[in-house]
Design a protein around this ligand. Structure first.
Ligand SMILES: *[C@@H]1O[C@H](CO)[C@@H](O)[C@H](O)[C@H]1NC(C)=O
Length: 324
């Protein structure tokens, strides 16, 4: 009898192991807390074990032993036509995205590897396939960013919308979706609006698109700075440069003050070396830091120059306080 029980146990273990790889649909997070998510007409057998641990702000539905049964999600067309309360993601056009490109905490490209390689917004994250694969599979990229505002883009708008829904299911709450196009139409829009007059300097949006270049300082959005030591790891000789006006009396420890006039900027540039030094400019919000950084480039600085964006002194001071 004992033998038979043991035999049955082994058999059961083998059976369980053979079904250990659930289909991807089953890997979505659900409010039931299981690593499982399903629609009512496509239930997947899954273990509802971690009940109630995960947020699920998007849809109504109910927990069942087969998973979470979601009420139907709106389609892209419904969101575009009706918008408003029923639509869980804000739908934006290229023009709107261009105007706000630098203000999202993160920009997420959900196109394939090949499309990404052919061109993408430099200051963005890449989660190829997020339109069809649950966001939990991209935890290495997404974890800890759930409270941030994110823009999702693809090529035509369709994948971005599905990916946006997946982010909401995962626990994001502020998700924007570029729905009238994507890359490269967004890229064209930004180029056109940045280069209408060849003598004007690049817009911030263009610098987010291209990253650091012969005309652009490298954007460093505050949301991308995990700690003060990260700033110091940007190069072997990092110089923090406070470009706020003289009227701000306090600065960060070790930061160099470079305010107003060209003469001072030139004088400062003589003290640093292109090959050796990495400059990280900051102000209060990122506007002055961007324009002074562009000025450095105009004056001939060819070394690495970053500008802290979407914040500055106050947020950095907080980081330095926490990490020292
Ligand atoms: C942004 O551009 C820089 C410089 O060209 C490059 O080293 C970096 O890998 C780019 N980042 C992304 C995400 O494309």
């Amino acid at each position: 009898m004992k033998m038979i029980v043991q035999y049955l146990t082994v058999l059961l273990t083998l059976l369980t192991l053979s079904s250990a790889n659930p289909p991807q649909m089953c890997l979505k997070m659900s409010p039931c807390g299981a690593d499982c998510y399903s629609t009512c007409d496509n239930p997947c057998q899954c273990d509802v074990t971690r009940r109630g641990q995960l947020p699920f702000p998007l849809y109504g539905g109910e927990c069942r032993s087969t998973g979470f049964c979601e009420t139907p999600s709106p389609t892209l067309e419904e969101c575009v036509e009706k918008g408003g309360a029923k639509c869980p993601t804000e739908m934006l056009s290229e023009m709107e995205v261009m105007e706000r490109l630098t203000q999202f905490d993160y920009r997420i490209d959900v196109r394939s590897d090949e499309e990404w390689k052919a061109g993408h917004v430099n200051i963005s994250l890449h989660t190829p396939g997020l339109a069809t694969i649950p966001a939990v599979n991209y935890q290495h990229v997404l974890q800890g960013k759930e409270e941030s505002s994110v823009l999702v883009y693809c090529r035509s708008g369709r994948r971005a919308f599905s990916a946006a829904l997946n982010l909401l299911r995962y626990g994001f709450s502020t998700v924007y979706s570029l729905h009238t196009g994507g890359y490269p139409t967004l890229s064209n829009t930004i180029m056109q609006h940045s280069l209408q007059d060849p003598t004007t300097s690049p817009t911030k949006a263009l610098c987010y698109l291209t990253g650091g270049s012969s005309v652009c300082p490298t954007p460093l959005p505050l949301s991308h700075i995990p700690s003060s030591s990260y700033l110091l790891s940007l190069g072997d000789h990092v110089t923090l440069v406070d470009v706020r006006p003289k009227s701000y009396t306090e600065s960060l420890d070790g930061a160099v003050r470079v305010y107003d006039k060209k003469r001072r900027i030139k004088k400062f540039l003589k003290t640093v070396e292109e090959k050796r030094d990495t400059l990280v400019l900051f102000c209060e919000k990122g506007i002055l830091a961007f324009s002074v950084a562009k000025h450095f480039i105009k004056l001939g600085w060819q070394g690495r120059v970053y500008f802290v964006d979407n914040g500055g002194y106050n947020e950095l001071r907080e980081l330095f306080r926490r990490h020292y």
